[in-house]
Structures are given as structure tokens and as C-alpha cells.
Design a protein around this ligand. Structure first.
Ligand code: ADP
Ligand code: ZN
Ligand code: ZN
Length: 673
């Protein structure tokens, strides 16, 4: 038994220092153990990086470990990848160690001490379907391909999930394990039920909605090898699986794979690092691959596999672009275009169901006084508050702020308070009116958004209700866009598609992906025809034409040419250094301190296409001011420039001034808000 442990401790320190502790005799401590250590007067968590029989620390300064977490170990593979992951994302050891051991595991207790859970239903063994030729080809190529990265591009409903499952079956058969990542929002009970029905109890799920004890149970089942398939959201890419045979990232284009809170990392990159270590393939699946991934496939870094038809041969639905400005000019001020409403009513009268998509929860955005211009703004954040009709409150979606809806304008006393853009709640209210006017009184109008799906089981209840009632209407946000397979849905409407165009270089890409995804919910079974209506005030925007024609390639070519011309990723690297804190003068000083050496560096090396410092678009969130340095780096020298930027950030963090601010480093961030 080794005598000393070299430990990374969970204290607020900005470096990668390790501390030596004495291992009490009889304790079985090794690299990867999770321990408690005395530090000053406190007892804090620590992670053992290495153990040895020697130490350079004088004996009288050494203290013994005080606690050892049973059952919880970092797998050797993850420990081996730690330096690489830290270097790649410019993170500290501690940040990444905490990703390896989620907080529910660090601080909690298992609910059932790692015993097998008895599944509640979410449980019948189903039979795999017979794959079509394209699917067979995809499965065979992946299995024969060693540790390559595959981009599986398949239209909505083409049976990508079935491809994943066949690959997993083969991987399990040779004694290996599988990791399946889905966007947080796509981690639906339906997806889990499908996997459990096919593979039974060896499926574990890891996601943020699990309660502490449950998460610990699932984590332990994976760590101990009882569960051999992990399905999870972003952070599950660090799942303690051993002997991984395949890593699948479904809906790979989804923005949630890039974490936008500390520690910031890109899921694909971690997946590829792990896969290289295990010599296993990575499968990136999507109907609308991210521009960067498709570019990599074109460049030969990824191998492209395609599924061009829906698995059941039902044609893709016809997509109509509806010019809402034209509707207004011709006297229709309603939520739906006239043809849209007619088609909706016809669908319901024929006994089929409809989905109505809106990217905004609540009742209405931007509550404004028509008399004096007052708007309801959050006190802690630079954003409008949203009216929620359920409880007659104004809510901030970025913090916990709540206000009762004012009967009169707080500024001038007027009662002319106008609701701006519509939210899901308002659509439901309007729809109920429209349906009763049309004599469709018994058609249920269901709503699904983050407001009414927070409690356990709420999501399943709504989905079940919608699946079992036909005709019915489901109104919802992004949540209804992903993955769902409702056979009776014959009509899909996107109320205002333009909402997605905010000013960042990925806006068109996101809109294209989302609309394609939403449209893919319609007409998925034989006997339906599938009608999709996209309402817009910019009917001539190029994105809509490509969506309407299901022309991913056309869209990609236009987008990649634009990025090449304007020098955006993948032809440049964007780095954002975000500084936040409660005192804005201190933030500005920290930013200035970093900008000067960066300007000097640029003068010497011409490393930046763009370099600037500014207030963030959301200049204040949760009572913290936010400023950023934005840099667009020349691709040829990006690697060395990133290292230099990291050095500058590191130096800034060492300054006493930095104690009152937080500095985040992001490479190609998914959002610049
Ligand atoms: P995607 O993930 O590509 O959108 P899914 O995997 O959800 O598509 O498949 C859509 C539907 O087609 C599912 O109901 C699935 O069971 C079915 N399906 C998939 N492959 C086949 C096949 N080879 N034969 C028949 N049905 C299939
Ligand atoms: Zn707020
Ligand atoms: Zn007013």
C-alpha cells in the first residue's frame, strides 16, 4: 500500500496544484479515489490523482486523509484523459474532475445502494425490425470501421434510432458497452421506454431531471458494470463506463452539446477523445448536421453515411410558407393564416391531430404601457419579464424574479397595458376560442413547455394524453419538436418562424434545423398526408426555401460559402472571454488589463480577424454584470493564439482584482448572448 496521496482539492484556487496527504494504514486508496481532506480549518472534497511511497513535503506538515467515499472511483481511462481534456478546453483539473463525479454522487447517498431498481412500467421486450438496405449498410460500415467518426445523415423518420440499436446489439454481444447522448430536451420518456423495451434493465439514464438519490443509483449501476448502456444528456459523456464499444450522439447539431455554463466544453470533442482511447467508433446522427460536422465529412475527417427515405416509405410532408405580412394587409390579424386555420380545422374534423409550435413560453413577451412606453423589465437582468396567465404574474426567465401583473401602469397609472408577442399560453386560449366557434368543442388543447413539465411525471402525462386522444391539439415550445413519434399527427404549424433569427452566425443554421425537425413530426404513418405550415414575415428569406425543398445540401453550400467569405467557423475560431461580477467598474478594469497585451500581440502577429471588448447583449443577468472580449482568430494560427489567450486569462485570474469577478473562457461558443 502506498503511503501518500497526491490530491486535487475542491477549494477556490485558480491553478492545478496537487496537495500531498498521508493515507491512513488499512485504507485502500488509489488513483481515482474520492476523499475528504483537512484544509485549513475545513474538511473538503478531494480527488486522488496519484499515490506514491515518497513525498517532498516535510513530515510535520503532512496531514492524513479524513474520509473515503465508498464505491466512488474515477475510471482509469477518464483519469488518463484528464490532462488532455483540460488542455483542450482550457479548464482546471478540478472543473473536469467534478464532471467525472457529478454533484449528486459527490455529496449524496444512493437511494438503493446500487441494488437493481425495479422498473415502474416506462417494460416489455420488443423485437428489432428488419433493416432496409440503407440502414444495413450504415450498421455494417460502422461496425467494420474501427475508431472512425461517422456522420449519419438521415431524414426525419428514416430510422436512425433503429440503426443505433442494431449497432449497440452487436457491441453488447462482444462484451462491450454503449454510450448514447441525446439533447437534454430530447431525453423523453418515449426514448427511454424504447431503449428499455429493447434492452431491458441494462439501460441506465443520466440527466439533470433525476433526483439526487436516483442519479447516484444510476451512476453506481454504470460504474459497477450492471448497466451497460447509458442514455443521457450532455454531461453523460463523462459516464463511468468501461470497455466502450460505441458512442452515439443523436441530433448532433443541437446547441445543447456545447455547455454554456462553467465548465465549458464541447461534447463531440470529449466523445472523440474517449472513443480514441477505447478504439471504438463515434456515430453523429442528424437530419440536419451542423455545418461544421458536414464540412468535416466533406474534408474526410468524418465518414458520411446517409438514410435518404423514411423507414416506412411514407413521403415527407409538404411544407407551405405562409406570408403573415400579406395576411395582415388583407385584413387577417389573427394568429393563423386563413389557409392554415382551414387546414387545421379540416385535420381535426377528419379525426387527426395537430401540433402547434412556438418558441416562447408564457402568455406574452414584452408587456408595454401604450400611454408612456413603460415596459416590464426584470430588476436583476437586462430582459423583459413575461406575463404568465395561470397565476397572473410577470416572470423573468433568467432568474427567479416574480411580480404580480400590474392592473395599472406603475409609471403613469394608465390601464392601456399591451401584451406584445404571443406565448404558448395565449395561443392555447385563442385556439380554444377558434375551435369552439368551429363547433369543435370537445377537441382537447394541450400545452407543453418548461412551465408545466417541471414536476415529476408531468411530461409523461401530457404526452400520454396527446397520444391517446385524437383529434387533439398540442401547443408547445422546442420540447415538442424533438424526436416524438405521434402516428395521428397530420398537421404542424410554426406560428412565427422568424423568432430564431438573432444576430449570431449560427442563427440560420439553427432555424433550418429546428424547422426541419418540427416539420418531421407530421404525417409519419401511412394514411396521413402531412401538412406543414411555416408562418413568417420574411417569406423570401433563403432559409425557408431550403426548408421547403428539404434541400440540406443546398443550404449547406450557401452557408459554407458565406462562412468562408466572412471568415467564421470552420474557417476561423471564435473565442469569447466572459467576465461577470457584481461591480461593473471592476469587470471593466479586468477586461482592460487583458485587452492591452492582446492588442500588442495582434500588432506583432496579426493573429486576429477581429478583437473587441463590449458589454454582453444581456448586460446583466441574475444581478451580475456581464462583459466580454470577443476574438475571431485566424485559423492558421488559432492553436497558438488560443494558448496565448489562455495565458492572458490565467494571468488576469492571478490578480487580486480578479477575486471579485468570474472569468469564463469559451471556444466557438454556441451562444453569444
Ligand atoms: P429517426 O430517428 O430517423 O427520425 P426513427 O428511428 O424514430 O427515425 O424511426 C421512425 C419510425 O420508423 C419508427 O416508428 C421506427 O420504429 C420505424 N422504423 C425504423 N426502421 C424501420 C424498418 N427498417 N422497418 C420498419 N419500420 C422501421
Ligand atoms: Zn431576472
Ligand atoms: Zn404608463
Amino acid at each position: 500500500m502506498a503511503k501518500y496521496a497526491q490530491v486535487v482539492i475542491d477549494a477556490v484556487l485558480n491553478n492545478n496544484q496537487v496537495w500531498d496527504y498521508v493515507i491512513p494504514s488499512q485504507w485502500s486508496v488509489s488513483a481515482g479515489s474520492c476523499v475528504t481532506v483537512p484544509f485549513g480549518k475545513r474538511q473538503i472534497d478531494g480527488y486522488v490523482l496519484t499515490v506514491s511511497d515518497q513525498t517532498t513535503v516535510p513530515e510535520n506538515l503532512l496531514k492524513p486523509l479524513t474520509g473515503l467515499k465508498d464505491n466512488v472511483m474515477i475510471k482509469p481511462e477518464l483519469l488518463a484523459l484528464l490532462p488532455q481534456i483540460c488542455a483542450h478546453f482550457k479548464l482546471r483539473y478540478l472543473d473536469v474532475l467534478k464532471l467525472f463525479i457529478p454533484s449528486a454522487v459527490r455529496t449524496g447517498k444512493p437511494k438503493r445502494n446500487g441494488e437493481r431498481r425495479v422498473p415502474a412500467y416506462q417494460h416489455k421486450q420488443d423485437q428489432p425490425v428488419i433493416l432496409n438496405h440503407e440502414q444495413q449498410h450504415a450498421v455494417a460500415t460502422v461496425l467494420a470501421g474501427g475508431d472512425e467518426v461517422f456522420l449519419l445523415k438521415g431524414v426525419t423518420g428514416s430510422g436512425k434510432t433503429e440503426v443505433y440499436m442494431h449497432i449497440i446489439e452487436r457491441v453488447l454481444a462482444v462484451g462491450k458497452t454503449a454510450l448514447v447522448l441525446v439533447p437534454e430536451i430530447g431525453l423523453t420518456p418515449q426514448v427511454l421506454a424504447n431503449f428499455k423495451a429493447r434492452f431491458g434493465d441494462i439501460v441506465a439514464m443520466l440527466h439533470s431531471k433525476l433526483y439526487g438519490g436516483e442519479k447516484f443509483d444510476e451512476w453506481l449501476r454504470v460504474s459497477q458494470g450492471t448497466a451497460r448502456i447509458v442514455i443521457g444528456a450532455r454531461s453523460a459523456v463523462f459516464a463511468p463506463l468501461e470497455n466502450i464499444g460505441v458512442i452515439i450522439i443523436d441530433e448532433e447539431h443541437d446547441g445543447s452539446y456545447q455547455s454554456d455554463s462553467n465548465p465549458r466544453y464541447q461534447t463531440h470533442d470529449v466523445a472523440i477523445m474517449r472513443a480514441k482511447w477505447h478504439h471504438c467508433p463515434v456515430v453523429l446522427g442528424s437530419a440536419t448536421p451542423s455545418i461544421e460536422s458536414f464540412y468535416r465529412a466533406e474534408q474526410g475527417q468524418y465518414r458520411l453515411l446517409e438514410l435518404t427515405k423514411r423507414a416506412n416509405n411514407v413521403p415527407l410532408p409538404k411544407i407551405n410558407i405562409v406570408d403573415m405580412a400579406h395576411e395582415i394587409r388583407s385584413g387577417n390579424g389573427g394568429i393563423f393564416g386563413r389557409d392554415v386555420l382551414a387546414a387545421l380545422l379540416a385535420t381535426l374534423k377528419a379525426g387527426n391531430s395537430a401540433m402547434i409550435f412556438l418558441n416562447r413560453r408564457g402568455y406574452s413577451q414584452s408587456v408595454r404601457c401604450l400611454q408612456c412606453g413603460w415596459t416590464a423589465k426584470c430588476e436583476n437582468c437586462d430582459v423583459s419579464m413575461v406575463y404568465h396567465r395561470d397565476d397572473e404574474q410577470l416572470k423573468c426567465h433568467y432568474c427567479a424574479a416574480r411580480l404580480p401583473f400590474p392592473p395599472r401602469c406603475p409609471q403613469c397609472g394608465s390601464t392601456y397595458i399591451k401584451h406584445g408577442a404571443m406565448g404558448t399560453q395565449k395561443i392555447c386560449a385563442e385556439l380554444e376560442k377558434l375551435l369552439s366557434q368551429a363547433g369543435l368543442l370537445n377537441v382537447p388543447v394541450l400545452r407543453m413547455d418548461t412551465d408545466n413539465t417541471q414536476t415529476k411525471g408531468a411530461l409523461v402525462k401530457i404526452l400520454d394524453e396527446f397520444a391517446n386522444a385524437s383529434p387533439a391539439v398540442l401547443v408547445g415550445t422546442q420540447m415538442i419538436a424533438k424526436g416524438h413519434h405521434f402516428p395521428r399527427v397530420d398537421f404542424v404549424c410554426v406560428v412565427n418562424a422568424d423568432g430564431g433569427f438573432v444576430s449570431d452566425y449560427r442563427a440560420s443554421e439553427r432555424t433550418f434545423a429546428l424547422l426541419t425537425q418540427v416539420a418531421g413530426r407530421a404525417g409519419r404513418e401511412i394514411g396521413t398526408t402531412g401538412k406543414v405550415y411555416i408562418q413568417t414575415y420574411m417569406p423570401n428569406h433563403y432559409v425557408y426555401k431550403f426548408v421547403q425543398d428539404y434541400d440540406y445540401l443546398g443550404f449547406y453550400r450557401r452557408e459554407i460559402a458565406a462562412r468562408q467569405a466572412t471568415k467564421y467557423p470552420p474557417f476561423a475560431t471564435i473565442v469569447r472571454v466572459l467576465v461577470s461580477g457584481t461591480v461593473d467598474t471592476k469587470i471593466i478594469e479586468v477586461i482592460k488589463g487583458m485587452m492591452q497585451p492582446l492588442r500588442d500581440y495582434d500588432a506583432k502577429h496579426q493573429a486576429f480577424i477581429y478583437l473587441g471588448a463590449m458589454k454582453c447583449p444581456y448586460g446583466r443577468l441574475q444581478n451580475k454584470f456581464r462583459y466580454q472580449i470577443l476574438a475571431r482568430l485566424r485559423q492558421e494560427t488559432a492553436v497558438t493564439t488560443i494558448d496565448y489567450l489562455d495565458q492572458i486569462v490565467h494571468n488576469a485570474q492571478e490578480q487580486p482584482l480578479a477575486r471579485s469577478v468570474k472569468i469564463f473562457f469559451e471556444i466557438n461558443p454556441s451562444s453569444l448572448s
